[in-house]
Design a protein around this ligand. Structure first.
Ligand code: ASP
Ligand code: MG
Length: 411
């Protein structure tokens, strides 16, 4: 018998019929003898609908009241699922975040879980009940309702799994796992059977938006095996866990991530002196603009240039700020380019292998794709290229690292 935490996302509980189907699935796991805690999201579209209602009344509603209204979406689905389970003769009880003491800080709309009192859940499980918990919500010290940020039900599920010492946290969603890259872009993208927490973080933060990133961080920190599976198809999904020592099996590159949401800014002809990078980048981040890739170059004449990327949505404010700084520093010019894309190869196998970068650059060169910026980490190499060549680059890299489905005719 194992203890499993399952989480069903918005599309999986998007209608009464789907909630019934989830109940059937849950019951079959119970019949196999497992203990089950089920976390649910609001029905798909519901959180947005609630946001819209509030927006009709006020464009800047108080954060506290926004969390009160947003938390209701999940309260509906927990009750519906518990009713559906009871209807199948399966003993079930539903709880809001507050009722099972999912304690958070008081940062409304992006609260962080601090503590979970798992006693009540454990005693229900001991009584052979399925415990259904509302995702995405908690309470602060004073009992105010808080929410965990969009997609936060994933984090609720992982936090519960960690608190309960569950054997596995299963995230049921509308895709059947994590792929080597976006299958909409590369036809022969392959579903991964397993991937490490670190790799998943790189894949997720780069635009494979399957899981809330925080839930993966949380799972890694507490070593909760996390499995992503489809609630509509059978299959083992993708297991996200710690790196195993099975070096033989470790692929060099596990996946190709990409991101079209960033823009590039360059400031040229600034003095090559201590404090200049701080003046430029400090001012930008003090304005709460998140900076991603940063590259600095110094020319022979001792003038420096700094290039960095920001979210496209923040390009104009970042550019305005940079022009002010440029004037201050007597810089030569400021350049903004929103037609860029970021492509990364990700893989823990890179740690122990040389030559991965060369393969990447050759594949891009073979396609005549110019690399504008390069950055690396231990398990990732990222290039910034012209947005027009994004698909071509992803396909070329996917092929170069042989990530596609292999011919299985001989099986
Ligand atoms: N219902 C929330 C959202 O739409 C939380 C979740 O689904 O994970 O973001
Ligand atoms: Mg989600």
């Amino acid at each position: 018998m194992s203890l499993i935490v399952q989480k069903y996302g918005g599309t999986s509980v998007g209608s009464v019929d789907r909630i019934r189907a989830v109940a059937e699935k849950v019951r079959s796991v119970v019949l196999q003898g497992h203990q089950l805690v089920v976390v649910v999201s609001a029905m798909s579209g519901e959180t947005n609908r609630l946001l819209g209602l509030a927006a009709e009344i006020s464009a800047d509603a108080s954060a506290r009241e926004m969390d009160v209204i947003l938390s209701t979406g999940e309260q509906v689905t927990i009750a519906l699922l518990a009713i559906a389970l009871q209807n199948l003769g399966c003993d079930a009880v539903s709880y809001t975040g507050g009722q099972v003491a999912i304690q958070t800080d008081n940062a409304y709309s992006k609260a962080r879980i601090q503590n979970i009192d798992s006693a009540k859940i454990k005693s229900d499980l001991a009584d052979n009940k399925v415990v259904v918990v509302a995702g995405f919500q908690g309470v602060d010290d004073s009992g105010n309702i808080t929410t965990l940020g969009r997609g936060g039900s994933d984090t609720t599920a992982v936090a519960l799994a960690a608190a309960l010492g569950a054997d596995e946290c299963q995230i049921y969603t509308d895709v059947d796992g994590v792929y080597t890259t976006d299958p909409r872009l590369v036809g022969d993208a392959r579903k991964l059977d397993k991937i490490t927490f670190e790799e998943m973080l790189e894949m997720a933060s780069q635009g494979s938006k399957i899981l809330q990133i925080r839930s993966v961080e949380f799972a890694g920190k507490y070593n909760v095996p996390l499995r992503v599976l489809s609630s509509f198809d059978e299959g083992e999904g993708t297991l996200i866990s710690l790196e195993d020592d099975d070096q033989m099996e470790r692929p060099l590159v596990s996946g190709i991530a990409f991101n079209k949401d960033e823009a590039k800014l360059t400031i040229r002809g600034i003095p090559d002196q201590p404090g200049v990078a701080y003046k430029v980048l400090g001012a930008v981040s003090n304005a709460n603009i998140e900076i991603d890739v940063i590259v600095q170059n110094v020319a022979k004449d001792n003038s420096a240039s700094i290039t960095f990327t920001v979210n496209k949505a923040e390009l104009s404010s970042a550019e305005a700020l940079l022009r002010e700084i440029a004037e201050d520093l007597g810089a030569m010019e400021v350049d903004a380019d929103k037609n860029i894309a970021k492509v990364s190869i990700v893989g823990v196998g890179m740690r122990s292998h040389a030559g991965v970068a060369a393969t990447m650059f050759q594949a891009l060169s073979d396609e005549g794709i110019n690399i504008q910026l390069i950055t690396t980490s231990e398990i990732k190499i990222t290039v910034v290229i012209d947005e027009r060549y994004l698909e071509l680059a992803v396909r070329a890299l996917h092929g170069a690292f042989e990530l596609g489905n292999t011919d299985e005719t001989d099986v």
